[in-house]
Design a protein around this ligand. Structure first.
Ligand SMILES: Nc1ncnc2c1ncn2[C@@H]1O[C@H](COP(=O)(O)OP(=O)(O)O)[C@@H](O)[C@H]1O
Ligand SMILES: [Mg+2]
Length: 332
């Protein structure tokens, strides 16, 4: 292992961002880590968790650390696709129509409660995520090169929601679950909230703490370094076999056959490789290990599988299924 070689300016900046994020969003290290992985992999995340778990706080903090334009869009049943994308507006002084950018034209976008808006709006978002451009009429408008969407879903309230179509979920690089923090962290959250409320009252400048540590150049450099990491043929084959096993689990264990209706797509394979690389890079290694693949497998694959009706009725989740595959697919 060559830890010292890996201390590049880009990596130092990401480590600083990680430390700051963990200091602002207490006890949600997993979410914080996945935000950085998504940024490193040029991907989007779907975050599922109850209200009040610091999801908004986390993505806002990330945007502040990257010095990026941020916008939150609350998804509601009456939202229209053009409320996201923008639209052509008649400009009398110019004597014609001009495109007025919608809120998607930001670097970091929080799509809050994505399942509260109907399918047309959801697909406008998902299309923008995949294509990185918005087409209105015959004109296409490019989204910024640094473009990261974090969508949230509340697992508790299902009434009056429009579940995301399974096929669209594949567009998210990561599906992250957030849970309540442990007691000791809850106490620290209280302390932090008190300190912040007191600061806000007296208008204390918290400029230093909020100064960005990353920028677009460093993010691009980091992405290059992630792609340059060594990934052996054996680890590559391991990734292929793990994803293949989601489609044909019977190859490894006959009892797993029939647990899933659909396995992960090649997009899942590509995502797993990229995320494993990002994890290795963040850890300061210059090669990707099977460990990196296993650590990312759940968040990359869980939303890309469709557990069969009978398996679901028996209480099997896609996480259980992924666990079983990790146990059975031979590790190189
Ligand atoms: N882990 C945490 N660390 C710091 N603050 C937290 C944490 N969890 C909740 N909070 C605080 O609780 C409130 C709710 O957070 P918010 O980000 O709005 O939640 P969500 O978007 O998940 O509904 C905010 O004031 C936030 O600062
Ligand atoms: Mg919120």
């Amino acid at each position: 292992m060559s830890d010292t070689d890996a201390a590049t300016p880009a990596r130092e900046a990401f480590l600083a961002a990680s430390e700051r994020l963990n200091g602002q969003v207490l006890g949600q290290d997993h979410l914080n880590d996945r935000l950085l992985v998504a940024l490193l992999c040029d991907g989007h995340l779907l975050v599922e968790g109850a209200p009040g778990l610091a999801k908004t706080r986390a993505i806002k903090s990330l945007a502040a650390l990257v010095d990026a334009g941020f916008h939150r869009i609350q998804f509601t049943p009456d939202l229209l696709p053009t409320d996201l994308t923008g639209t052509d507006i008649y400009q009398p002084e110019a004597g014609g129509f001009r495109f007025q950018q919608g809120p998607l034209f930001h670097n970091i976008v929080l799509a809050d409660e994505i399942n509260r808006a109907p399918a047309k709006v959801q697909s406008a978002l998902l299309e923008a995520m995949a294509e990185r451009q918005i087409t209105v009429g015959r004109m296409s408008h490019a989204l910024p090169p640094l473009f990261l969407v974090m969508a949230t879903q509340n697992p508790i309230e299902q009434e009056g929601t429009y579940p995301l179509p399974e096929a669209q979920l594949d567009r998210f690089l990561l599906h992250v679950n957030v849970d309540y923090p442990p007691e000791d962290v809850e106490r620290k959250v209280l302390g932090l909230a008190r300190a912040e409320a007191a600061d806000a009252l007296v208008g204390v400048s918290v400029a230093r703490e909020h100064a960005p540590v990353l920028n677009e150049t460093l993010v691009t450099r980091a992405r290059q370094e992630v792609l340059e990491l060594h990934l052996s043929d054996a680890v590559e084959e391991y990734i292929v076999q793990l994803v293949f096993a989601t489609r044909h689990p019977g190859r490894y264990d006959a009892t797993l056959e029939g647990l899933v209706d659909y396995g992960a797509s090649p997009r899942g394979t590509i995502g797993l490789e990229r995320c494993a690389r990002a994890r290795a890079w963040l850890a300061g290694r210059d090669f990707v290990s099977p460990d990196d693949v296993q650590a990312m497998a759940h968040d990359v694959l869980r939303h890309r599988l469709i557990v069969s009706f009978s398996a679901e009725a028996a209480g099997t989740t896609s996480d259980d299924f992924i666990d079983a595959l990790i146990q059975r697919v031979p590790v190189p």
